[in-house]
Design a protein around this ligand. Structure first.
Ligand SMILES: Nc1ncnc2c1ncn2[C@@H]1O[C@H](COP(=O)(O)OP(=O)(O)OP(=O)(O)O)[C@@H](O)[C@H]1O
Ligand SMILES: [Mg+2]
Length: 135
């Protein structure tokens, strides 16, 4: 890792992690504009669960994170349902099974409420008390 910072990079250029749900992630996403718009439309106009299929590494997760970042960013001025990106990825494992997965998901949702507490408030939503969620 240090070699890359020594060479003036912030991280390895060979990193294949998905793009983050941030302004940088949005900037780094090449193309996919129509896919992003379709995804946002589906996410906001129906109660069904959207699935994304594609070959390994084609950019499925990045599409989702950038779409959710954009929805979060637009939450203050649109009537779309609010989408708050969570930092964690979830995968069911042999050990712990569904109950561990469920616990992890609830914990991440609670963390998002804390992280975006001020945003929610400034958009006029009633927010739970952070101390209570923390508990
Ligand atoms: N449209 C794009 N613009 C820029 N980088 C991209 C794009 N699509 C994918 N990448 C890059 O390719 C790599 C793989 O992307 P990502 O993890 O989103 O793919 P994936 O389809 O979810 O992979 P997997 O099948 O492993 O879940 C990442 O480094 C990501 O930054
Ligand atoms: Mg993925």
């Amino acid at each position: 890792m240090e070699i890359w910072t020594d060479l003036g990079f912030t991280q390895s250029p060979y990193n294949t992690d998905s793009l983050p749900p941030t302004a940088i992630g949005e900037r780094l996403l090449v193309g996919r504009e129509s896919h992003i718009r379709r995804l946002i439309n589906r996410l906001s106009s129906s109660s069904s669960h959207v699935t994304i299929e594609g070959e390994a590494g084609v950019g499925k997760t990045s599409l989702m994170t950038v779409a959710s970042y954009r929805m979060k960013r637009n939450s203050d001025k649109s009537r779309l349902p609010i989408m708050l990106p969570v930092d964690e990825k979830f995968q069911i494992a042999n050990k712990g099974g569904t109950s561990l997965l469920e616990a992890k998901v609830y914990r991440a949702i609670a963390a998002a409420f804390i992280q975006y507490h001020d945003d929610l408030k400034s958009w006029g939503y009633r927010t739970p008390k952070v101390k209570e969620i923390d508990k």
